[in-house]
Design a protein around this ligand. Structure first.
Ligand code: NAI
Length: 344
C-alpha cells in the first residue's frame, strides 16, 4: 500500500493506512474547488475507499486524471454535468461529501452565502435522493446550519430521509479549537481536546472549555478566555481576511472533512466501535428549545449516527453561550426548511 513518509502525515491521515481494504464508493460534489481538490487528495489515501467519484460543474476531468496517478488502490473517476454525469457520479455511493458552492469574502457572514448555496445544495440533494438514497450525506457547504435542514427536507419529500445518515461537517471547529488551546497553553494538540457544540457559524459555535481534559485548565471568565472563545467562534474570519478576497478555509477544511469521512468509513465499513466525532445532526439534545438540529459529539456506528452524546456538565458561562446560540440556530434552521417547503 502507498504510504507517505511518517513525518509528513498528520495523525488523522496516519489512521488511513491501518485499516483493512474494503469496497466502497465515495463521491465528492464540488471536487474541483478549493476544498474539493485537497479533500479528494486526502481521501485518495484511504484504503477503505475503492472508488473515488469526483463531480463538479467544471474542471473535474483534470483533477481526476491528476489524482488518479497516485499509487493507492482506489479507482478515481471524474464527472461534469454532461452525459448525465451527476447521476453516474452518485450511483452506488456509500458516502457523498458536499463542498459545492461559493465561499465567503471579507465582511461576509456564512448566512450571506445562503442565496447562492441553498439552491446548489437543494439540487444536489435531489440528485442524491434519486440516485443514492441510502448514502451518508456529509454537508460542508455553508451556511451548514441551513444547508443540513435543506438536505433533510429534500430527502423527506422523496420519502428517503434517514436522520442517521445526514451530517453537517463541523469538524473544523474542533480542529481549530484544539490548535488554539494548544498554542495558548503550550501543550500538545493531542492533549488539547475541545468539545464544540451548537452549530457552525459565529455565536452558534460553542466551545465547552470547562470540559478540556488532561489537566488543562481554562478560567471560566476573564479576557484571555473571552478572546479564546471569540477566536474559536470566528476563526474562519482570520482565514477569510488573510486570503483577502480569494476565499475561505480550504486546506484545514479538507483536513477536517477527510478526518470526518474517514471516521465514518471506520465505523460503517470498518465496523470499528467507539468512533466519536462532533457533527451537526438531527438531535434530541436541544429539541425542547425548538432546535431540531444541533452539533455534539456523536458516536458513529454501522448505520451512521449511533449515539448522540449530551452536553455533559456546563459552567454558567457555557449555559449563557448556549442560550445565545439557540435563537440564531432556530432562525437558520427555519430558513433552510422554508427554502424547500416554501414557508415557515
Ligand atoms: P470554491 O469556490 O473554491 O469551490 C466550490 C466548488 O463548487 C467550485 O469548484 C464550483 O465549480 C463547485 N460548484 C458550484 N456549483 C456546483 C454544483 N451545482 N455542483 C457541483 N459543484 C458545484 O469554494 P470552497 O472554498 O471549496 O468552499 C466550498 C464551500 O464550503 C463554501 O460554501 C464554503 O463556505 C464552505 N466551507 C465550509 C466549511 C465548514 O466548516 N463546513 C469551512 C470552509 C468552507
Amino acid at each position: 500500500m502507498f504510504s507517505l513518509g511518517r513525518a509528513f502525515v498528520p495523525a488523522a491521515t496516519r489512521a488511513f493506512s491501518t485499516s483493512a481494504p474494503r469496497s466502497t464508493k465515495v463521491a465528492v460534489l464540488g471536487a474541483a474547488g478549493g476544498i474539493g481538490q485537497p479533500l479528494s487528495l486526502l481521501l485518495k489515501q484511504s484504503p477503505l475507499i475503492s472508488q473515488l467519484s469526483l463531480y463538479d460543474i467544471v474542471n473535474t476531468p483534470g483533477v481526476a486524471a491528476d489524482i488518479a496517478h497516485i499509487n493507492t488502490d482506489s479507482k478515481v473517476t471524474g464527472y461534469t454535468p454532461e452525459n448525465n454525469g451527476l447521476a453516474t457520479a452518485l450511483k452506488d455511493s456509500h458516502i457523498v461529501v458536499i463542498p459545492a458552492g461559493v465561499p465567503r469574502k471579507p465582511g461576509m457572514t456564512r448566512d450571506d452565502l445562503f442565496n447562492t448555496n441553498a439552491g446548489i445544495v437543494r439540487d444536489l440533494a435531489i440528485a442524491c435522493a434519486e440516485h443514492c438514497p441510502k448514502a451518508h450525506i456529509l454537508v460542508i457547504s455553508n451556511p451548514v446550519n441551513s444547508t443540513v435542514p435543506i438536505v433533510a427536507e429534500v430527502f423527506k419529500k422523496k420519502g428517503a430521509f434517514d436522520p442517521r445518515r445526514l451530517f453537517g461537517v463541523t469538524t473544523l471547529d474542533v480542529v481549530r479549537a484544539s490548535r488554539f488551546v494548544s498554542e495558548l497553553k503550550g501543550v500538545s494538540c493531542e492533549d488539547a481536546k475541545v468539545t464544540v457544540v451548537g452549530g457552525h457559524s459565529g455565536v452558534t459555535i460553542v466551545p465547552l472549555l470547562s470540559q478540556v481534559p488532561n489537566g488543562i485548565t481554562i478560567a471560566e471568565t476573564g479576557a484571555e478566555t473571552e478572546a479564546l472563545i471569540k477566536r474559536i467562534q470566528f476563526g474562519g474570519d482570520e482565514v477569510v481576511k488573510a486570503k483577502d478576497g480569494k476565499g475561505s478555509a480550504t486546506l484545514s477544511m479538507a483536513f477536517a472533512g477527510a478526518r470526518f469521512t474517514q471516521s465514518l468509513l471506520r465505523a460503517t465499513v470498518g465496523k470499528e466501535t467507539g468512533v466519536v466525532e462532533p457533527t451537526f445532526v438531527q438531535s434530541p439534545v436541544m429539541a425542547d428549545k425548538g432546535v431540531e438540529y444541533f452539533a455534539t459529539n456523536v458516536e458513529l456506528g454501522p448505520d451512521g449516527v449511533k449515539n448522540i452524546q449530551g452536553l455533559g456538565s456546563l459552567s454558567a458561562s457555557e449555559e449563557k453561550l448556549i442560550e445565545a446560540a439557540v435563537p440564531e440556530l432556530q432562525k437558520n434552521i427555519a430558513k433552510g426548511v422554508a427554502f424547500v417547503n416554501g414557508s415557515d
